[in-house]
Design a protein around this ligand. Structure first.
Ligand code: RP5
Length: 184
């Protein structure tokens, strides 16, 4: 058990549960060193959109068998997967093959000599048949992965559609305030 972070139980065994309700989004990553980045996705899902997440570490180069076991046995409530990795980032593509029934969103981590370009290219260059929807490298990618996952959950949930509208309005408000400041 890696402890509680922002109200989410994080578990190396893949048995973590969201604090409230059945998890709808799996947020997974190759190492707990990716966790500070991926908490940006978890936080926006949980606090902006009210969507419970399961947070899981799955390393496909340190313990491939455990990762396959976790991904094949996700709770039935999971509708979308967000997968982050740095370096030669196989995790999202592997999940896209293991779970043909779930959309997979990839987040490349800014890491090492190539600063995330390696992770970006290895996610975005998936061969035909196993798609990964790839976000930007780093913070913006993590936040956008959370928003994109919320949009996918919202397809079957009108309450989340409303929360997406509220979020969009807040962003418009920011631009309005910036313009008001310029006019002063
Ligand atoms: C990847 O290797 C992980 O996703 C992480 O981004 C990177 C480095 O992992 P650590 O060496 O920090 O555990 O599998």
């Amino acid at each position: 058990n890696l402890g509680h972070e922002h109200g989410v139980l994080v578990s190396a065994e893949g048995v973590g549960e969201a604090a409230q309700g059945e998890p709808k989004v799996l947020v997974t990553m190759g190492s707990d060193s990716d966790l500070p980045l991926m908490m940006k996705a978890v936080d926006i899902l949980r606090y902006e959109f009210g969507i419970p997440c399961l947070v899981q570490i799955n390393s496909v180069h340190r313990d491939l068998r455990a990762a396959v076991q976790h991904i094949e046995n996700l709770p039935a409530s999971i509708q979308v997967v967000i997968a982050c990795a740095g370096g030669a980032a196989h995790l999202p593509g592997n999940i896209a093959d293991l779970r043909a029934d779930l959309p997979v969103i990839g987040v490349p981590r800014d890491l090492g000599a190539l600063k995330g370009i390696d992770a970006l290219l290895s996610m975005v260059q998936m061969p035909e048949g196993a798609p990964v929807a790839v976000m930007a490298i780093g913070d913006a990618g993590a936040v956008n992965a959370g928003i994109h996952a919320a949009k996918e959950v919202a397809i079957g949930d009108p309450a989340i559609r409303e929360r997406l509208q509220v979020y969009a309005e807040k962003r418009k408000g920011k631009v309005r305030r910036q313009n008001e400041t310029l006019e002063e």
